[in-house]
Design a protein around this ligand. Structure first.
Ligand SMILES: NC(=O)c1ccc[n+]([C@@H]2O[C@H](COP(=O)([O-])OP(=O)(O)OC[C@H]3O[C@@H](n4cnc5c(N)ncnc54)[C@H](O)[C@@H]3O)[C@@H](O)[C@H]2O)c1
Ligand SMILES: O=CCc1c[nH]cn1
Length: 474
């Protein structure tokens, strides 16, 4: 309601990441707005939660169809929202659509179990929705995260109130429009805008049954303490990629680039610690540096661009400060790591930098220990499999890990010992919606995508049915 929002004092200023200009101002939602969204969601849930899975699926499939028909418009809006290249933004829109299609397919499969008990009695289980769920998004995949959270929530019969990051507030609103156009009950998927205070109010609301959060470890810790309600936490990473000398080098180089430079390096699962077996290190580094230097940086709306702008000026400054710190600690900047000025004068205030490869890295360096969340790859060398595994696992995080080798036995032996929720063999950073995604250790709790996610958006009710008399002890 615009009338209500105009009363709010706190404002979000959204910048266009690739030109550095003010894009819009938004009012932060407060208690009243959130109460209103929750009331609407409860009303919608009373309708949606009672529908059959097939009925819900039909509406969700319509939402997926609308996304497909608006693909280019959403992708262009995501470029303005986030700064990533149009090529990647289109893939994000596709992933959002596929996720909605996938969970629409699962909606009618939700079922329980029948258990026979003595004397003809029996019990059965029912998988029931939780109610009104909160989704909190990070800024790196704004549209996709909103879909990855809402699709399983809605498929299981829940309502969702979604709060995007204030850094990228725009495209989640398009998803709300699309669900409404597809015919979900009014308020079933609503968007509230704001930062940490809005997020806190939303998560702590007594009628919010579950929180699904994507963001940093420190914020995730706060969210996990908000109350006795189920939480899914998709947090940060500092993931390792192990490149053995028996690998297909061409694929290992491609994999290392995919592990570091998608979305300007702003990907939670990025494999930023690249461990390379000593005997192939010179060859690997030469090829990685050559290809990194040839990455086309600039206007993210151009088809030829492969790296757009980082998400904000403060974030760019932070990433550059990590590169400086790495230099001070003895790493070699093999390429990049500098502010990039596009030739188009309209883009001169955008947040661009050249992708960076750091050589001569050691495990103690800040660039190897901390999540930089920018286009900075740290290359380390190792000699034995045992050593590489020990060093790869020597972190409090455990989101993802990769291994490149042609030895099938080594590949499976290594992933068995890697302490990470998503492991890749001879590839990196693919996220098909049919498979679960999520972290070990401090990288998170729970999973997104795949069949298992149904368990995180529903609750199991057990019903005991007595067919005889009550055998009372009294
Ligand atoms: N594992 C994953 O799937 C995944 C995906 C994307 C990003 N990430 C992680 O997210 C981080 C970058 O994103 P970010 O900077 O937006 O993270 P962030 O933790 O700063 O913010 C995430 C969201 O939480 C909200 N928030 C902040 N304080 C809150 C509070 N006290 N209560 C409730 N909500 C609050 C923010 O407004 C934002 O919407 C990185 O660490 C990255 O690894 C993880
Ligand atoms: O950023 C981490 C991986 C991901 C992609 N989409 C949502 N999360």
């Amino acid at each position: 309601s615009p009338g209500r929002l105009q009363d709010k004092k706190l404002k979000i200023t959204k910048f266009n990441c690739f030109a550095g200009r003010v894009l819009c101002h938004l009012d932060e939602c407060g208690v009243e707005d959130i109460n209103e969204a929750v009331e609407q969601a409860k009303t919608a849930f009373n309708i949606w939660g009672k529908m059959s899975g097939m009925e819900r699926a039909r509406t969700m499939i319509e939402a997926a169809r609308i996304i497909e028909s608006r693909r280019e418009e959403i992708a262009q809006m995501e470029v303005i929202n986030n700064g990533k290249s149009i090529t990647e933004a289109r893939l994000d829109v596709d992933s959002a659509r596929l996720c909605i299609e996938y969970f629409a397919g699962l909606a009618s499969t939700l079922s329980g179990q029948h258990v026979q008990l003595p004397g003809g009695s029996f019990a059965y289980t029912r998988r029931e929705p939780l109610g009104v769920c909160a989704g909190i998004g990070a800024w790196n995949y704004p549209f996709q995260i909103a879909a990855w959270k809402s699709a399983p929530a809605l498929a299981c019969g829940n309502a969702m109130i979604f709060k995007p990051s204030p850094v990228t507030p725009v495209t989640a609103v398009l998803l709300a429009e699309i669900y409404a156009q597809a015919g979900v009950p009014q308020g079933l998927f609503n968007v509230v805008q704001g930062g940490q205070e809005t997020g806190r109010i939303l998560c702590q609301h007594p009628d919010i049954a579950k929180v699904s959060f994507t963001g940093s470890v420190p914020t995730g810790k706060k969210v996990s303490l908000y109350g006795i309600k189920p939480v899914t936490l998709e947090l940060g990473g500092k993931s390792p990629v192990l490149i053995f000398s028996d690998c297909d080098l061409e694929n290992a180089v491609r994999g290392a680039l995919m592990a570091n430079f998608l979305s300007q390096g702003q990907v939670c699962s990025n494999g930023t610690r690249v461990f390379v077996q000593k005997d192939i290190l010179p060859e690997f580094v030469k090829e990685v540096v050559k290809r990194t230097k040839s990455i086309e940086i600039g206007d993210p709306l151009l088809e030829t661009t492969r790296m757009g702008a980082l998400v904000s000026r403060p974030h760019l400054d932070n990433v550059l400060s990590y590169v400086n710190q790495a230099k001070k600690e003895g790493a070699d900047v093999l390429c990049g790591g500098e502010v990039f000025l596009p030739s188009d004068p309209k883009l001169k205030d955008g947040y661009y930098m050249s992708p960076c490869v750091l050589g001569n890295c050691t495990d103690e360096m800040t660039c190897v220990k901390e999540e930089i969340f920018g286009p900075v790859m740290s290359v380390l060398s190792f000699e034995t499999e045992e050593e590489a595994l020990h060093r790869a696992n020597d972190t409090t995080l455990g989101l993802a890990a990769g291994v490149f080798t042609s030895d099938v036995r080594r590949a499976h032996r290594v992933v068995e010992h890697l302490k990470a929720g998503s492991c890749f063999i001879n590839n990196y950073n693919i996220t098909p919606v049919e498979v679960p995604f999520g972290g070990f250790k401090m990288s998170g709790i729970g999973r997104e995508n795949g069949q298992v996610t149904v368990e995180y958006y529903s609750q199991l009710k057990t019903v005991f049915v007595e067919m005889g008399d009550v055998d009372s002890l009294f």
